[in-house]
Design a protein. Structure first.
Length: 62
């Protein structure tokens, strides 16, 4: 499984990639072959969004 992590205006913790890999590899128990996953972490600097300013988007390819 290839995991690509992209970030847009967001700072990531040093162990973020390890946590993502651990969580995504646990998906293999569902017997679904995942070749590639794109993880995109977004941060909107708009103060009116409050708690909704961070978003994580997962896109898988087959």
């Amino acid at each position: 499984m290839i995991i690509n992590i992209h970030r847009r205006h967001a700072e990531l913790a040093s162990d973020f990639q390890e946590i993502v890999e651990e969580k995504l590899h646990s998906m293999e128990r569902f017997s679904v072959l995942i070749e590639r996953i794109e993880v995109e972490v977004l941060h909107e600097a708009n103060p009116h969004q409050g708690k909704h300013s961070h978003k994580v988007v997962l896109t898988s390819r087959g």
